[in-house]
Design a protein around this ligand. Structure first.
Ligand code: ADP
Length: 398
């Protein structure tokens, strides 16, 4: 079956068409500036030329219409007609406590997703718009929602509760949810496969380090803790997000700088992380790595602080699982920045870890980067959230 995977944001939409039998991506692309002047679609068929077309996209329905047109185009398309697309898999950011699994989308499901909008006001409404636009254009094609939060729904109460009055959990469902679940699930499973180990018999820590970054503890195939919380702001230091801070800093800064809570939240989301720590040098680890090699104090501070936080969380999750067998690095930074993996692992001697420097310098493959005599295995597993969404879609409607 050919599955269209859609990841819809407020003004952008990423798509991939995946053949579920071969698990090959047949074509992929991106619509940008939807509803804004200068909108464009980028389309790349597998093995063909990438093409970028500037064209008006007043709304998401038009964006999806253009995606379908590109996929069925007589010369560069990869399917003859839309009937060849057997199902659509949609990424949905927040499923609250309502969705511990992916679901086939129905009117009732959409209403329940809408009830979670409060918890992800920037993401869920956009995901819903994408789903509705797709349903309009492909009314007979089954659709599946795959939630970023679902994999983390197995966390025990002591891991997901905050030390706040319980009534706020009862009234507003304030608790840890976690994100990047599709990636944490895919990577932890894949690690077990590559190692020929039983997934149900492993203690794995997944470090998903991208622009957004989170870490999870997966014990016997179930997530038992993760670093992102009610929102994706908690936990690790990220590209531009602060991660954990003393909550009293918010009030302190608001007074000192004469800013509103909203303005402080913008600082925490957009101007902090390694960008803020490097005194605005960059949120991109390629720049930080360059800076590090040139001895730039701002780059060194940002990199070291980032890696220290990751190592601290690894320690916490070793405690949470009473041990660890495998530590995986994934996503843009985790897959590409050998320097980050190396700095993090320097803290992990107590787990009997030594890095194989040659393996640590390789890219783009599932690989063990610890030495054979290391007590704990360290791996790089490139994530593939689109493939994971396609698999889930086929599992439900195939
Ligand atoms: P997200 O999906 O959260 O936007 P990604 O997982 O795509 O993020 O990661 C993007 C980040 O990965 C970039 O901002 C950059 O910091 C880092 N990155 C990408 N390529 C490299 C590289 N070759 N070396 C080091 N870091 C890289």
């Amino acid at each position: 079956m050919k599955v269209l995977v859609i990841n819809c944001g407020s003004s952008s939409l990423k798509f991939q068409l995946i053949d579920s039998q071969t698990e090959q991506c047949l074509a992929k692309g991106l619509c940008e500036r939807i509803g804004i002047e200068g909108s464009m679609i980028t389309y790349a068929p597998e093995g063909g030329e990438k093409e970028k077309t500037v064209t008006p996209m007043p709304d998401h329905t038009e964006a999806i219409r253009l995606v379908l047109e590109a996929l069925t185009n007589a010369s560069t398309g990869v399917v003859k007609n839309l009937d060849e697309i057997g199902a659509v898999g949609h990424r949905v950011v927040h499923g609250g406590e309502k969705f511990a699994q992916s679901v086939v989308i129905t009117d009732e499901v959409l209403q329940t997703v809408e009830e979670c909008n409060d918890l992800a006001p920037l993401h869920n409404p956009a995901n819903l718009i994408g789903i509705n636009a797709c349903r309009k254009l492909m009314p007979d094609t089954p659709m599946v929602g795959v939630f970023d939060t679902a994999f983390h729904q197995t966390m025990p109460e002591e891991a997901y509760m905050y030390g706040l009055p319980y009534t706020y959990y009862e009234k507003y469902k304030i608790r840890r949810y976690g994100f990047h679940g599709t990636s944490h699930s895919y990577v932890s499973r894949r690690a077990a496969e590559v190692l020929h180990r039983d997934y149900e018999d492993l203690k794995t820590i997944v470090c998903h380090l991208g622009n957004g970054a989170s870490i999870s503890a997966v014990k016997n195939g179930r997530c038992v803790d993760t670093s992102m919380g009610l929102t994706p702001l908690e936990g690790l230091i990220m590209g531009t997000r602060s991660g954990d801070i003393d909550p009293a800093i918010i009030e302190f800064l608001a007074h000192k700088e004469g800013k509103t809570i909203d303005e402080i939240m913008t600082v925490l989301n957009k101007k902090s992380g390694v960008l803020g720590l490097s005194d605005n040098l960059s949120s991109d680890f390629r720049d930080l790595e360059d800076g590090y090699h040139k001895g730039d104090a701002n780059a060194i501070r940002a990199l070291k602080t980032f890696c220290y936080r990751v190592a601290k969380y690894v320690g916490a999750y070793v405690a949470a699982m009473n041990g660890v067998d495998v530590i995986c690095f994934t996503a843009g930074v985790g897959e590409n920045a050998g320097i980050v993996r190396s700095f993090v692992c320097e803290y992990l001697g107590y787990l009997g870890i030594a890095l194989d420097q040659e393996a640590n310098s390789r890219r783009g493959e599932d690989i063990v980067i610890s030495t054979p005599d290391s007590r704990t295995t360290v791996m790089v597993i490139p994530t593939n959230e689109e493939l994971a969404i396609a698999r889930e879609t086929v599992r439900l409607v195939g």
